[in-house]
Design a protein around this ligand. Structure first.
Ligand code: ZN
Length: 453
């Protein structure tokens, strides 16, 4: 049986994961992600597909992050009509993330029409909320470890850590095993379990987000406690912009733990994001798939104040009492964190705590670079609050942690393909794989196709 693999995204960049694997007559698309970030990347979402979507026998999703799943509704528009297999938790997360993504696409199109900056008249969204619902109807949950037959291939999902539901995907066809790492989590993540060790791959498609970095080894809980205590000692309050999936729950777990232990004052903790609240509820429903017990999740949910209502969120801005507010968006590109920053950003006693990667061009990146004003809702808002950052909460393995995961493979893969990384990161990890293991490794280019002999 002929096997071939084509790289249609996440090649030389972090987003847009899409890989077309042909196993004889069976055509599989592994991940179906959006390109995100700067404009020339986002424009790739609008390009014609370089393959026939109607010819795909199944899509396999490694996890629900939009750079892995967010193109699905558009794939339907292009004629795709087959099942999409993923874990049950990935499906539940996609039911939250895809409608939200469609909503943002529709808003973008409306804005483009209002200000007339689209080349197309009228501007169309990449996909609509209705198309997102149609895509969700194709999702079929597949349990971890279970072998699934799709045409001439056998498929198996194993836990990858990273976020709820995330999986490595192993595909066996024609006597060869092709393994997709998806996004690999970290061995000592506070909430997610380590990625499951795998022992066999003839071909390995490996992520390299942090292929050239080592995460700091400091105690994140202690770092968090000292930032909080310094803020409250000044009479200030703490704002934390956070991503709804993963980061918000890591923070809730750490903060409620610190408060229970008496390491920080007993101030209220607000989770001011309907999406993060829904995701937190999924952590309770899928409590077997991470480190926290059902009781721990429920205690955590009870210990925080959920703010779903927009009006209740605004009311928080009128109250300067010490508190912790977790709100989206993670890079301050929008969301409720902006009105909190407008209310509290000018007071030097307060702290804004950044807990994740901030892409160039975002308000988050500007703050880290020392900006003293931010443009919010058309106003220049002075920023005099402290801006702190902790880098320890990454959901991606660094190159030492990836190497540790690789050390379980019994035989050398024939080729390791490094994807899902900026060029320097992918190339550094290529060097590590070659030097440390002596394996054949390469960084594929967008559109490149390989025969897997
Ligand atoms: Zn991810």
């Amino acid at each position: 049986m002929d096997l071939s693999l084509r790289f249609l995204g996440a090649a030389g960049t972090v987003t847009g994961s899409r890989y077309l694997l042909r196993c004889g007559a069976t055509h599989l698309l592994i991940d179906c992600g959006l390109f995100q970030g700067v404009k020339n990347l986002r424009q790739r979402n609008w390009r014609p597909l370089p393959f026939d979507a109607a010819r795909i026998d199944a899509v396999l999703l490694t996890h629900a992050h939009l750079d892995h799943s967010g193109y699905l509704p558009r794939l339907l528009r292009e004629g795709f009509h087959a099942p999409v297999y993923c874990t049950a938790a990935t499906r539940a997360l996609a039911q939250i993330l895809l409608p939200d993504s469609a909503h943002l696409q529709e808003e973008d199109a409306r804005r483009a029409n209002r200000y007339g900056y689209s080349r197309h008249h009228p501007a169309e969204p990449l996909y609509t909320a209705q198309q997102a619902q149609q895509a969700l109807a194709l999702l079929r949950p597949a349990p971890y470890y279970h072998s699934l037959r799709i045409g001439e291939a056998r498929v198996r999902f194993t836990p990858a850590g990273h976020i709820l539901g995330a999986a490595c995907v192993q595909i066996e066809a024609g006597g060869r095993v092709v393994t997709f790492s998806g996004d690999l989590g970290r061995p000592h993540d506070p909430v997610m379990r380590p990625p499951e060790a795998l022992t066999r791959a003839d071909y390995l498609i490996l992520e390299s987000t942090y292929g050239d970095r080592l995460h700091p080894q400091t105690d994140v809980k202690a770092a968090l406690a000292s930032i909080i205590n310094e803020t409250f000692a000044r009479g200030g309050l703490l704002m934390i912009p956070a991503f709804a999936v993963g980061r918000a729950q890591d923070l809730l777990h750490l903060l409620t733990g610190l408060r229970t232990e008496g390491a920080i004052p007993a101030v209220p903790i607000y989770l001011d994001s309907p999406m993060a609240i829904d995701v937190t509820e999924l952590f309770i429903r899928f409590h077997r798939e991470h480190r926290l017990s059902r009781e721990q999740c429920e205690a955590m949910a009870r210990a925080v104040i959920y703010v779903r209502d927009q009006e209740a969120s605004r009311r928080l801005g009128g109250n300067r009492a010490p508190k912790i507010i977790i709100a989206g968006a993670g890079m301050l590109t929008g969301g409720r964190i902006l009105h909190h920053l407008r209310s509290f950003g000018a007071d030097h006693r307060n702290t804004l705590l950044i807990t994740g990667y901030q892409a160039p061009g975002t308000r988050g990146a500007a703050l880290l670079a020392g900006a003293d004003t931010l443009r919010i809702y058309g106003e220049d808002v002075p920023i005099r609050c402290a801006v702190a950052a902790i880098d320890e909460l990454s959901a991606h393995a660094d190159y030492a942690e990836i190497s540790q995961w690789l050390s379980h493979f019994q035989d050398a893969p024939r080729t390791v393909f490094l994807t899902h990384g900026e060029p320097a990161a992918a190339d550094h990890l290529r060097g590590v794989v070659q030097r440390r293991f002596g394996w054949n490794a390469l960084v594929p280019e967008l559109g490149q196709e390989f025969a897997l002999d």
